[in-house]
Design a protein around this ligand. Structure first.
Ligand code: COI
Length: 359
């Protein structure tokens, strides 16, 4: 059956909501899932009608290609509820563009816009009571797109599945975050998949990041794989450096194929340009940031990502050098966080059209 765009989704609602058993007072990121999920299959060169159905385990044969060759990409987005109970997404079109860019790089067919964007809207409407409304809380939406063909030849799959799930979310990082500049391992290389939200990019970070954690650093900042001289991203976040009052961040595609083009990152760059913040998007040298820290000119480092939002980094390590990064009275991290959250939660006008209402 091919997709009938007039009747885009087959919807099977849960018979007994799990909501009454959910503990919203103690939200751990990504552990609790709402009542429904979306599942859409690409089979025989065609997208099949997507189903919205109760969140549940799905079974796969051990030979499914995703398990062998990691043909898998994903996205991270959030739905917000304002004080009137209206529902919003933040720049979902950017996530749609990015998942298809990631899919193309991994040899996967493009996802139709109406399945992704309209599917997420349907899912959020159905599970709107799962959107927590405490400060900074939202419904984290996780689309994941995988290769499902049962065959172990190393070639692109002939069938795929898109699944979209939703999880009530508070903070991604529960405590303060200190960061270490990585000078041995690499996350990405030129011409590779660093710019894609490929599942394997995250797996490749776990071992070095766990080593950093043992030293008291919750994340690493990756550096370029050739010389380890340029600062790139932190894996779960893009990174911004404030030296005196100038903000610096590394370029993504097309200048660099190694760094994920984050939606929060792009929003900060736009807001900086429109609010008189001096910002440069260019390769940032490790040496430049470490020297600035040594001579007192490094005022802030902050991460930017959908899950993490905007996260001040409170300590930086590079080789034998360590510095605390005390909070600034005129924190840029706070400035951008407030600006972006005011738009996301419908507290101010949105001159950019970033906030998309779900009707
Ligand atoms: C996000 O910020 O949405 C991400 O996908 C990062 C992930 C590691 C939680």
């Amino acid at each position: 059956m091919t997709a009938d765009l007039k009747n885009k989704f087959i919807i099977k609602k849960i018979s007994n909501s799990k909501l009454q058993d959910a503990d919203f007072s103690n939200l751990v990121f990504g552990k609790l899932f709402s009542d429904h999920m979306l599942v859409a299959d690409f089979i025989d060169d065609k997208w099949q009608t997507p189903k919205i159905m109760p969140y549940q385990p799905l079974s796969y044969e051990p030979s499914a290609k995703v398990f062998h060759y990691g043909q898998a990409v994903f996205e991270g987005m959030k739905a917000y509820k304002d004080k009137n109970g209206d529902l919003f997404l933040f720049r979902p079109e950017e996530n749609f563009i990015r998942i298809n860019r990631s899919a193309e790089r991994l040899g996967m067919p493009p996802i139709p816009r109406e399945y992704f964007i309209d599917g997420i809207k349907e899912l959020v409407k159905l599970d709107k009571d799962w959107i927590p409304t405490g400060p900074g809380e939202s419904l984290y939406i996780r689309p994941v797109y995988i290769a499902t063909e049962n065959a172990v030849a190393a070639s692109p799959s002939s069938s795929y599945r898109l699944m979209i799930m939703a999880s009530p979310a508070g903070k991604y990082y529960s405590g303060d975050v200190k960061i270490r500049i990585e000078d041995k391992y690499s996350r990405a290389c030129d011409g590779g998949v660093g710019y894609a939200k490929a599942a394997g990019n995250y797996a490749a970070q776990f071992y070095p990041t766990e080593k950093a954690k043992k030293e008291g650093f919750q994340q690493v900042i990756w550096t370029d794989s050739k010389e380890h001289k340029y600062l790139e991203e932190a894996g779960t976040m893009n990174v911004f450096f404030r030296i005196k009052d100038k903000l610096l961040t590394a370029p993504t595609i097309p200048e660099s194929s190694r760094i994920l083009p984050g939606v929060t990152r792009a929003s900060i760059i736009q807001l900086a340009n429109d609010n008189g913040v001096d910002i440069e998007v260019r390769p940032v040298k490790v040496e430049e940031v470490v020297n600035a820290a040594k001579n007192g000119e490094l005022k802030e480092i902050f991460g930017a990502g959908t899950a993490a939002t905007i996260l001040p980094i409170i300590g930086l390590k590079y080789k034998d050098f360590y510095t605390d990064l005390p909070k600034q009275d005129d924190s840029y991290a706070d400035f951008f966080k407030n600006k972006i959250m005011d738009i996301q939660y419908n507290r101010v006008e949105d001159p950019y059209g970033w906030r998309i209402k779900i009707d």
